[in-house]
Each structure stands twice: as C-alpha cells, then as structure tokens.
Design a protein around this ligand. Structure first.
Ligand SMILES: Nc1ncnc2c1ncn2[C@@H]1O[C@H](COP(=O)(O)OP(=O)(O)O)[C@@H](O)[C@H]1O
Ligand SMILES: [Mg+2]
Length: 264
C-alpha cells in the first residue's frame, strides 16, 4: 500500500471538499469540429471511473482539457473544488493531478529504478540531482515501494529499452504514482497488451491506494469494466450514457454501438 507523502497536494487539502473532478459544459473545437461538446461529468474523491468510446470519440481531448495541455473553448473544470479551467498544467500537477499518455515517454537508456527515482526527485522538495541516490536516502524506499506496486521488482535494474511493452506501461503507472497524486488519468493503458499483461494491469489498478481517484480511458471494455465503479460512454464528442459497469454492459444502445461496427 502506498501512503500519501507530505506533498504539496496534501498541504492544499483545504480545498479538497466536494468532488475530485467537476466538469460543466466543457467544449473544445478544432476548427468546425467539436472534439468534445458540452461534457458534464463528476468524479468523487477516490472514485474509479472509465471513459469508453471508439477512436475519435474525444477521449484524449477530454484528458488534455483536464490536464491543461489544451484549453476548452467553453465550460468549467474544477479540481478538488477549485476552478482550474485556465490553470497551466504544472499548477494542476501541484494539486495532485497526474496522467499517463497513449505514447510512451520513458527514458529508454535508463533502468526501471532510475526512471522511478527521477520521477520521485522531480516532485520532491529536495534539489533535483543527477547523482546516484545514496543508501539510506528515504526516496530510495519510496522508489522500491512504487516499483513493487506495479509488479516490476524483478526488472528493477533492467534498462527500459529492454522491457516488454507491457512492463513499460506498468513503469508509466509507477511514474504517475510518484509524489502523492490524488487523481490520475490513464489514457488507454491496456492498448497493445497481451491477455496476460491485461490481467496484470487489472491487478495493479485494482490495488492502487483507495484515496486515489482515477479515470481510465479505454477503447475496449474488458479492463475498464473490471476496474471502474462508474462508466461514461462517449461518441462524437458527447457523453451519451453513464452507469455502473453492469448497466453499461447490458445496455442495448451500447451493445448496438459496439457490436454494430462503430467500434474500431
Ligand atoms: N490537435 C488536434 N487538431 C485537430 N483535430 C484534433 C486534434 N486533436 C484531436 N482532434 C480531433 O478531435 C476528435 C477527437 O479526437 P481524440 O480526442 O483524440 O479522440 P479519442 O481519444 O477518443 O480517439 C477527432 O476527430 C480528432 O481527429
Ligand atoms: Mg485517444
């Protein structure tokens, strides 16, 4: 189990009343195309949510608006009660928001442990240092804890470029966990994984600390419906259905959309 450290996010706890995430009427245009249109969504602290939809539905654009990588044209985004709609990404990271990307952004020439250590140092209040950590350094224990949380203990000293693809995705989750996150956005973490790697991913996500809420974007339903408590279905930039995994799985409209060839 990973404990929250004395990080900025914890010190900003005074604004943590209410929802973890609150989207009201969020719209983002690309030219004439509404990549997301009037999206309203609420996630409670610690809640695990899935956003499902076919390619081009607007899922990644939704994440980009939440992280501040792009700004919406209209609507408001609240993070732990605070209006962050116009905040730059680093101000949202300071408030405990993390994300993983669809494309890997790891340092291939470094080991698993070095990548995690750098991530921990990057968010710690101690000076960033490229020196090897010394024994007894408290961040080393944290590094090992995170590596274990994503099932990479045996690959600890391996170069990232030598890892299996699924292990690289697991490492990305460890990086997102560095520095006491309160809310994580996972962008298609199961894409390209083998069935065994998918099972491993489900176990890792299921065992995340309960206080960390997350949204997982998925193209396929299997992983998302196993780890999420609530599901939002997107199509053409809009959320057209919300429910529990069981409700979504048994919904005729969802089935028609997914089995009727729109999925792909
Ligand atoms: N930077 C961009 N410029 C122009 N169009 C974009 C851009 N990003 C996304 N889009 C368009 O917005 C729509 C939603 O894309 P995206 O959010 O990536 O969907 P998803 O992640 O669900 O596959 C798509 O039609 C896509 O082509
Ligand atoms: Mg996407």
């Amino acid at each position: 189990m990973i404990e929250a450290g004395p990080d900025t996010a914890a010190r900003l706890g005074s604004v943590s009343s209410g929802n973890a995430l609150d989207l009201r009427g969020v719209t983002r245009m690309f030219g004439a195309l509404a990549a997301i249109a009037d999206v309203t969504m609420t996630v409670r602290p610690g809640e695990r949510c899935a956003v499902l939809g076919s390619n081009g539905a607007g899922k990644t654009t939704l994440f980009n608006c939440i992280t501040g990588d792009i700004l919406p044209n209209s609507g408001t985004i609240r993070l732990f009660g605070e209006d962050v709609t116009r905040f730059p990404p680093h101000e949202r990271i300071r408030r405990g928001l993390r994300r993983t990307y669809q494309i890997s952004l790891l340092f291939g020439g470094l080991t698993v442990a070095d990548n995690v250590d750098l991530a921990c140092r990057g968010v710690s209040r101690w000076r960033f240092s490229l020196l090897r950590p010394r024994r007894g350094d408290p961040l080393l224990a944290r590094t090992d804890e995170l590596i274990e949380a994503v099932h990479l203990t045996r690959a600890r000293g391996r170069l990232v470029s030598e890892l299996f693809y699924g292990q690289q995705r697991q490492l990305e989750i460890a990086l997102a966990l560095a520095g006491a996150p309160r809310f994580i956005l996972f962008d298609e973490p199961a894409a390209g994984l083998s069935p065994t790697e998918r099972r491993e991913l489900i176990e890792i996500l299921t065992n995340l600390p309960r206080h960390i809420g997350f949204i997982i974007i998925e193209h396929d339903m299997d992983v998302a419906l196993r780890v999420a408590e609530s599901v939002s279905m997107m199509h053409n930039g809009r959320v057209f259905k919300e429910g529990t995994p069981a409700e979504i799985e048994n919904d005729s409209e969802v089935q028609a959309l997914y089995l009727g060839g729109a999925h792909g």
